[in-house]
Design a protein around this ligand. Structure first.
Ligand code: PLP
Length: 388
């Protein structure tokens, strides 16, 4: 069966977002007429480079950084891997500090570093998913090369105290990296006012295409490239640029900048209405994560009497897209490592669903989802064997 956007209620905007028409239109010339290599010296090449330069200005404007601090990559994962790898090479340190709720982009790299003999401190989070700055401070060692913490969690939306941790790391002369893939375009900030050394972002989380990202490298921070090759991106990232997608990311960043302030209220209102309605109408439900210190668009709800997969299948029958944090490992479903680290009991974690909204969602869509959800849990309850 084929799915069409018009039949879909897309509540999975932390997984990816749609490429909006303005972004697509800005990309088209770079997929058709302007096909020259941006590194070529003749006018036809320079014109392509101008497109990249404009995108660099647009993304830098959103982040509040200088254009010379912004480098395009292939994705958020590459930016994450590059920042940590570079910090290890530059400092020669053998220790990394991160959290126990990171995205696999950081988690898997750090697990691999452990196999190579590096020390990794996996900072704990509280029951509400928040992290204490003092825990970071207590974990710092002589040989710490980098502290890497996500700005906002992809499953719960819970945010970490990035500004404070960045200050702390700077005062100890330790590199600080933040995986801001879920934060960029969802919360306003200005890097020039902060002490962050490296920041990762990903195009497809903010209405640009998949397969393009960027890494902010503070002007004075030393860096060695992770993808080595040509002299592209001022020697910081080899490989002929994905020009059309970079241009798309630039447009997306400019548009995100126009909406990020108002969405703090509008998207939050839609999310809060949805969340309140679920909690009031479906027994044994609760929110995973801090109610205030989180992204305005994310709601992670535990349906404690049910399996998330069963509910998601019912939602899917109506074209409603949301996701569970559980992961399939060696053929069986495992509770999400994020919820597990927060101390959510395994059964509740297996019943947890993430709904992530965007400004394109409507009240009508939310009401339809609420109605389908209520019917789904009633149906699943009836299907459950009566306990004897
Ligand atoms: N970091 C976080 C917090 C994410 O949510 C994601 C994607 O889901 C990534 C990193 C990876 O980004 P990309 O898909 O661009 O590699």
């Amino acid at each position: 069966m084929e799915f069409h956007e018009k039949d879909t209620i897309y509540l999975d905007n932390n997984a990816t977002t749609k490429v909006i028409p303005e972004v697509f239109e800005s990309m088209v010339p770079y997929l058709t007429e302007y096909y020259g290599n941006p590194s070529s010296a003749y006018g036809f090449g320079r014109q392509i480079k101008d497109g990249i330069d404009k995108a660099r200005e647009q993304v830098s404007e959103l982040l509040g950084c200088e254009t010379r601090e912004l480098f395009f990559t292939s994705c958020g994962t590459e930016s994450d891997n590059a920042a940590i790898w570079s910090a290890l090479q530059i400092t020669g340190g053998k220790h990394v500090i991160t959290s126990s709720v990171e995205h696999s982009a950081i988690k898997n790299q750090c697990e691999f570093l452990e196999k190579l003999g590096y020390g990794v401190t996996w900072l704990p989070v509280g029951k509400d998913g928040t992290l204490k700055v003092e825990d970071v401070e207590n974990a710092l060692r002589e040989d710490t090369a980098v502290v890497s913490l996500m700005w906002a969690n992809n499953e719960t939306g819970v945010t970490f105290p990035i500004e404070e941790v960045a200050e702390l790391c700077r005062s100890r002369k330790i590199f600080f990296h933040t995986d801001a893939v879920q934060a960029v375009g969802k919360i306003p900030f200005k890097l020039s006012d902060m002490k962050v050394d490296f920041l990762s972002l990903s195009g497809h989380k903010l209405n640009a295409p998949k397969g393009v990202g960027a890494l902010y490298i503070r002007r004075r921070a030393k860096f060695v490239p992770y993808v080595m090759g040509g002299h592209q991106e001022k020697g910081k990232r080899g490989g002929t640029e994905n020009v059309a997608s970079i241009v798309g990311l630039g447009t997306a960043a400019e548009i995100a900048g126009q909406h990020v302030a108002s969405e703090q209220e509008s998207v939050r209102a839609l999310r809060d209405y949805f969340e309140k309605s679920v909690l009031e109408s479906i027994p044994n439900t609760r929110v995973n994560g801090h109610l205030e210190l989180r992204l305005p668009n994310t709601s992670n709800i535990a349906f404690c009497d049910f399996e998330a997969e069963a509910i998601l299948m019912e939602l899917d029958r109506f074209g409603i897209c949301a996701s569970a944090g559980s992961a399939c490992t060696t053929g069986s479903l495992q509770p999400s490592h994020v919820l597990t680290a927060m101390g959510v009991p395994a059964a509740d974690a297996m019943g947890s669903i993430r709904f992530s909204f965007s400004r394109f969602n409507t009240q009508e869509e939310v009401d339809k989802t609420l109605s389908v959800l209520k019917d789904a849990v009633a149906k699943l309850k009836n299907a459950q064997p009566v306990a004897s």
